[in-house]
Write a protein that binds this ligand. Structure first.
Ligand code: ATP
Ligand code: MG
Length: 206
């Protein structure tokens, strides 16, 4: 499902962040991407989404990550950003959750049903009509996760999904991620999240 072949990337010339990184992820795997602060985990996710462009080749479901394939590739992937403020851009949680499905041609009633189902699953019904900019950090994180789940992507990328969550929401998120059978890549500094959710771990080191 995902192939990194000799991928290298630097933000600044002469200071590589990723050097000759290769890995392969099968359909349905749940892979933990771990490593110290600054090791390059978020960078790997951004390369995978085509938000950054490096050297080497990256394939998603057989498609090379490059400009002309990005619309098709992004349809397959849902990305929970490390910083939720970069992700939520509509006025309310409801509008953000509806945006993806409607944009991909899902009928309004169907999208509505999906949104309610995901909100119930995450115990977030109370946030449905709240304004994104008025949410607390943890509430916004939960809403961002809900937005991605409502799109039912084939591949789910989550960058620090439980950071800033209280123990109750952290538990809900872990259990929800576990119950999803999509292909997943999760970065986390929380060893319990990795241990409970992932079937394999890739560690980035220098
Ligand atoms: N826009 C940028 N310009 C220059 N350097 C950057 C930029 N973004 C990230 N970096 C650097 O690239 C390296 C990798 O950053 P990245 O965000 O991928 O790390 P990370 O593994 O996700 O860390 P964390 O665990 O803190 O989230 C870091 O040294 C960081 O300072
Ligand atoms: Mg990061």
């Amino acid at each position: 499902m995902i192939d990194f072949n000799n991928v290298s990337f630097s933000y600044e010339p002469g200071r590589p962040v990723i050097e000759n990184l290769s890995f392969h992820i099968e359909k349905g795997e749940a892979v933990g991407l771990v490593g110290a602060n600054g090791a390059g985990k978020s960078t790997v996710m951004k390369l995978l989404l085509g938000l950054l462009e490096g050297e080497g080749t990256i394939l998603v479901d057989g498609l090379e990550v490059k400009k002309q394939n990005l619309p098709e590739i992004r349809k397959k992937m849902g990305f929970v950003f490390q910083n939720s403020e970069n992700q939520m851009f509509m006025p309310t949680v409801y509008e953000d959750m509806m945006f993806g499905p409607l944009n991909y041609g899902v009928k309004r009633e169907e999208a509505e049903k999906k949104v309610d189902e995901v909100l119930a699953r995450l115990h977030l019904q109370h946030l449905k009509h709240r304004h994104n900019y008025k949410l607390s950090g943890g509430e916004l994180k939960m809403a961002a996760i809900a937005t991605i789940l409502a799109m039912e992507p084939q591949i789910i990328l989550m960058d620090e999904p439980t950071a800033s969550l209280d123990p109750e929401n952290r538990r809900i998120v872990i259990d929800t991620i576990r119950s999803l059978d999509q292909t997943k890549i999760i970065t986390s500094h929380d060893p319990e999240v990795i241990a409970e959710v992932c079937t394999r771990v890739i560690e980035l080191k220098k």
